[in-house]
Write a protein that binds this ligand. Structure first.
Ligand code: FAD
Length: 291
């Protein structure tokens, strides 16, 4: 199904999952384990499963392999992520061709982060400097439906949220159908984002990205990578129980249930859950939400 239709036709909030291609040793075993987790999650009838594209294209082929297998083994719509880091137009064109040859209808189009060791994103020769240029190119050369990234707490490189939203609008004007957001823990930021994007004339679905907290180390890492703010009351609880893994998982899942219920009550078009390739936390949340 096309992304546009998924959110237009779904009577209930559309549930989607994000996974990443496993890396390191014994990758094939890890992929089999991942598909066991996805099989468990299939009972929630996800509208799609999106597959990340490793920084700098490091998982280019694996992303496509997983996309193929999601379609074939799970009969679920897969959405490959794609960044324009280090690629020229002909290289981008050839990758888009591969995607279409797999019978894929949708793509998440991203600029990507600067390669390791580089502070600023440098536009590749004959390539693109921003995601809106990539979206425009995909729109003009393929039939793919396009999702783009949004940042309720603003993108780290941007000096202010209003400017970041103007840049988001460029992606919408270029042909994006859906916005998937960066993870956040305080719904206040998402609700303010909805208001501001509406004022900016953005009228496509904005789907909140949810990452259930499953370990204390993980949340420390996420805060430092994404710069997202965690409400004081939640942080205090996590700190209090940081030495007990089970308690942290329970606190994380309870918080995610509360967060997701509030989002659904406020008519969010869906929930995009960052599964980290595991089914446990996502299952606890979706069972509790009874979706
Ligand atoms: P852009 O939309 O191009 O924005 C980048 C910065 O430039 C922003 O600060 C923006 O305000 C500014 N900007 C945008 N357009 C213009 C313009 N025309 N002129 C001036 N300034 C402009 N990364 C991966 O490597 N692989 C993944 O699979 C992946 N998946 C992701 C999934 C989601 C849902 C999200 C939210 C992010 C994901 N990322 C992924 C991270 C993403 O690649 C980085 O956040 C990257 O730094 C920005 O990508 P973008 O597409 O948002 O860029």
């Amino acid at each position: 199904m096309r992304l546009k239709d998924i959110y237009q036709k779904s009577k209930k909030p559309a549930i989607s999952f994000e996974i990443f291609p496993p890396k390191g040793e014994r990758v094939e075993e890890k992929i089999d384990a991942l598909f066991e987790e996805l099989t468990i999650l299939s009972k929630f009838k996800p509208s799609y499963i999106s597959v990340t594209y490793g920084a700098g294209g490091s998982t280019r082929q694996k992303t496509l392999e997983l996309v193929k297998r999601i379609k074939k083994d799970l009969n679920v719509c897969p959405i490959p992520h794609f960044t324009c880091v280090g690629l020229s137009r002909p290289e981008i064109s050839s990758y888009l061709k591969n995607i279409q040859e797999l019978g894929i209808n949708n793509i998440l189009a991203l600029r990507g982060d600067p390669p390791k060791g580089e502070e600023k994103f440098i536009k590749p020769k004959d390539g693109f400097g921003y995601a809106n240029e990539l979206v425009e190119y995909i729109k003009s050369s393929t039939n793919l439906n396009i999702a783009v990234a949004g940042y309720p707490e603003k993108h780290q490189e941007c000096t202010c949220l209003d400017e970041d939203i103007l840049n988001l609008k460029r992606k919408v004007n270029a042909g994006a159908s859906v916005i998937l957001t960066q993870l956040f823990y305080d719904n206040k930021f998402f609700f303010e984002y909805l208001e501001k994007t509406k004022q900016a004339g953005i009228d496509i679905p904005i789907v909140p990205g949810i990452l259930p907290i499953s370990s204390y180390k993980q949340i420390e890492r996420i805060i430092s990578l994404s710069g997202c703010k965690v409400p004081d009351s939640l942080m205090e609880k996590l700190e209090k129980y940081k030495d007990n893994k089970d308690d942290i998982k329970k606190i994380g899942a309870e918080y995610a249930v509360k967060q997701c219920s509030e989002l659904i009550d406020s008519k969010a078009p869906g929930l995009h859950i960052y599964t980290l390739n595991k089914s446990e936390a996502t299952s606890v949340i979706l069972d509790a939400l009874n979706l």
